[in-house]
Write a protein of this length. Structure first.
Lengths: 115, 119
């Protein structure tokens, strides 16, 4: 049971480049989330998904896109990278149930630098 | 919209002593959950403790306990017998709850408090 895995761990992008951050969970959770964490700050929600084929915007969605074709995978796409997207990105998942305590399980994060 | 405020950017404590981290929140919701997450230098986010708003009893998990004051919208974390491994950034988080429905589990985080435990 690996939990939530993210790849890559680190990445440096040039301005205008694109990339996809991968996220996979093996807990059969319906709910998945992408957050970003700027230096010294809390996490802000970018996008979330309540099941395969269903996604919605969070607090800071501009410059990002997501898809959810399977329960396990929830990739985050950055188009036309900008320096403002330099951040640490976390993927998380939860069963979304009372029995599960609504606990979110987080991946190890991806540190992205855009120069 | 909900907001979560942690007014202490940094705290320090001696090993074996007790420390309290503060958190206040603003919401018009009556049903919600509050969480404390720990982020050590490894960057991994770890759930420390959770509190259901409709429960008056404060949650406890071993050395960790909370003081939940619903009317004051305050949710502080007390760490007893502090250990070196408690050194981390601590985040307070809010989740709206829809009984019988779905809240989508979205979390609103505070800015975090860096806790350093000194030997």
């Amino acid at each position: 049971n690996a939990g939530v895995t993210q790849t890559p761990k680190f990445r440096i992008l040039k301005i205008g480049q694109s990339m996809t951050l991968q996220c996979t969970q093996d807990m059969n959770h319906n709910y998945m989330y992408w957050y970003r964490q700027d230096p010294g700050m809390g996490l802000k929600l970018i996008y979330y998904s309540v099941g395969a084929g269903i996604t919605d915007k969070g607090e800071v969605p501009n410059g990002y896109n997501v898809s959810r074709s399977t329960t396990e995978d929830f990739p985050l796409r950055l188009e036309l990278a900008a320096p403002s997207q330099t951040s640490v990105y976390f993927c998380a998942s939860t069963s979304g149930t009372y029995r599960g305590g609504y606990e979110q399980y987080f991946g190890p994060g991806t540190r992205l630098t855009v120069t | 919209a909900q907001t979560v405020t942690q007014s202490q950017p940094e705290m320090s404590v001696q090993e074996a002593e007790t420390v309290t981290l503060s958190c206040t929140y603003d919401t018009s919701e009556n049903n919600y959950y509050l969480f404390w997450y720990k982020q050590p230098p490894s960057r991994q986010m770890i759930l420390v403790i959770r509190q259901e708003a409709y429960k008056q009893q404060n949650a406890t998990e071993n050395r960790f306990s909370v003081n939940f004051q619903k009317a004051a919208k305050s949710f502080s974390l007390k760490i007893s017998d502090s250990q070196l491994g408690d050194t981390a950034m601590y985040f307070c988080a809010f989740m709206k709850h829809v009984p019988g429905g779905t809240s989508y589990g979205k979390l609103t985080f505070g800015q975090g408090t860096i806790l350093t435990v000194h030997p």
